[in-house]
Design a protein around this ligand. Sequence first.
Ligand code: WT7
Length: 661
Amino acid sequence: MVEDNNLETRLAEQDEFEPPAEFVEQANVTDEGIYEEFEENWPGCWEQAADLLDWYDDYDQVLDDSNPPFYEWFTGGKINASYECVDRHLDDRGDEVAIEWVGEPTEEADRSITYEELHREVNEFAAALRDLGVGEDDVVTMHMPMIPAHPIALLACARIGAPHSVVFAGFSANALAERMNAADSEYLITADGYYRRGDALDHLSKSREGLEDVDHDVETVVVDRLGDDGPGHDLHESEHDYDDLVAEHEGATVEPVERDAEDMLFLMYTSGTTGQPKGVKHTTAGYLAWTAWTSQTVLDIKPEDTYFCSADIGWITGHSYIVYGPLALGTTTVMYEGGPDYPERDRFWEIVEDLDVTQFYTAPTAIRSFMKWGSEYPGRHDLSSLRLLGTVGEPINPKPWKWYYKHIGGESCPIVDTWWQTETGGHMITTLPGVSNMKPGSAGPPVPGVDARVVDGDGEEVPSGGAGYLTVDKPWPGMLRTLYKNDERFIEEYWAEYSDTDSDDPDDWVYFPEDGAKIDDEGYITVVGRVDDVVNISGHRLGTMEIESAVVSADGVAEAAVVGADDDIKGEVVHAYVILEDDAGGEDAVRAAIEAAVEDKIGPIARPSKIIFTPELPKTRSGKIMRRLLEEISDGEELGDTSTLRNPEIVADIQAEVRGN
Ligand code: WT7
């Protein structure tokens, strides 16, 4: 719920920081009039975003809101995302670096891919995909590590109008299969493996295992990342070597397909309240306009920058702010294969110094780790090339914010704390770095033109200083269009809560992101966290219901409840409360079975950090497990109302078990 103990401390410490003067002098946006201008000229204001793109055919209408909540943007326009991110930069920036790729092994040379080279490889791979049979609107799944072929594959798909669906490489075989089946995807791009903390990990076996559960035939492309370090797989008949395909199509060019503004650019599966992942659908023009415009306005990206976002392309942050936004602006985007602490805890800072990185964008969980490791690591490097810092993925407390500001930004870089979601496509709430003061712990005002509010349970705006739920009352170009092949669930999940769903008046439709929030007297919004059954582990969004069904599937488990518990570094971790079957083996055996089941169904990131065995779970009289109470127990908080429980006596036993665990 909305009352969060951390929040009180966070607000109590809240202070204000002005944008550094040297930053403001050069910032892309400095006029605070932008807020009013956008409000007065809404939705026409978004022409500014559309103007960042080159159109084959101009659009007729900025917003078509005749059938809410199925909004359409820039209708009638024709565009291609690969053209926007590659071709149009060739004249001015062909020899400039588009992607600066850094592998994990330090002895391996970085790969600087110019726009010219990117153009060549995207074309060659696009031609290869076509020859494999990929047609316009065929969904291509990717299960890839952070290697250059990943963004190249995204852009090659965009070029031929084939929507991509990226499954995070850390997700399991089962998760891959589930998503490929849901999207009817007949193509998969994967890799033999990748490096992590000095080890060469086998990845292809996992992808192959997933394919066994896909209920239709699949053509697979395999990138050879590891060479002789790799597991030495022989490719099957339906598997094609990436390098061979590209070599066979050397010099090939593929005309970018002119896509309708509202044609699907990609799908991204994300976790929701139920066990089934949601296929978030993004379309071409609105998404690209949104990511390009926010990259320029919020991240202050200019073509001559070297911008480094430490996310993985397997999540929306990587899609929007490693690949599409930065490349649409023709800048240099850095991508790094490995972890932040390999070979040492200064790896990011080494990259920043070596490449003269100008903007650095990461997650609070990473910042909390940096802080714990100590300032000596950034202290070893000259970070003076940095001009702006960003954070995303979960709330950040003032303490790590201030540490980031001081030890990474040298007190001369603004920090943008950007609230957004897979569903929003790009930034929604954040300060504009050259305009507004920063308040550590609070993301800031909504982006110009975004109508985010904090409301109570009835949808009434809370007074300043109040707490409630976040809503977005007007559509925006980067928004999801629907859940893939499931319009009903789209309405149910995001709109039903605060909309009059019988109405065709857009004013009656309100988007509900399922976050709790507070608002202050200057309209700064502090997003507290999810109000649904979604946990945020190190910035990775997972559904407790998905984890719960994996736990219950393990041998020896009779019943289970999974909750997110607070964690100093990861933000949240998974706690599983488990009732053993009568004839279960020992607790250790069941614990091992649960861990294996979770890794198998979802991936290692979802593994419970604590498994608590209990003879009973707290249940209401109607038999519902009271997960809120378990969460309070996990967090060592004072317990809320237990009067509706049918077995209140169990609570003290569980508390004792957790303390002793
Ligand atoms: C959820 C979305 C946005 C890309 C990464 C995560 C939380 C995100 C913030 C922030 C507080 C934040 C919200 C949101 N969140 N950014 N700056 N402050 N909370 O995308 O996996 O779709 O998760 O992340 O709870 O709903 P995602």
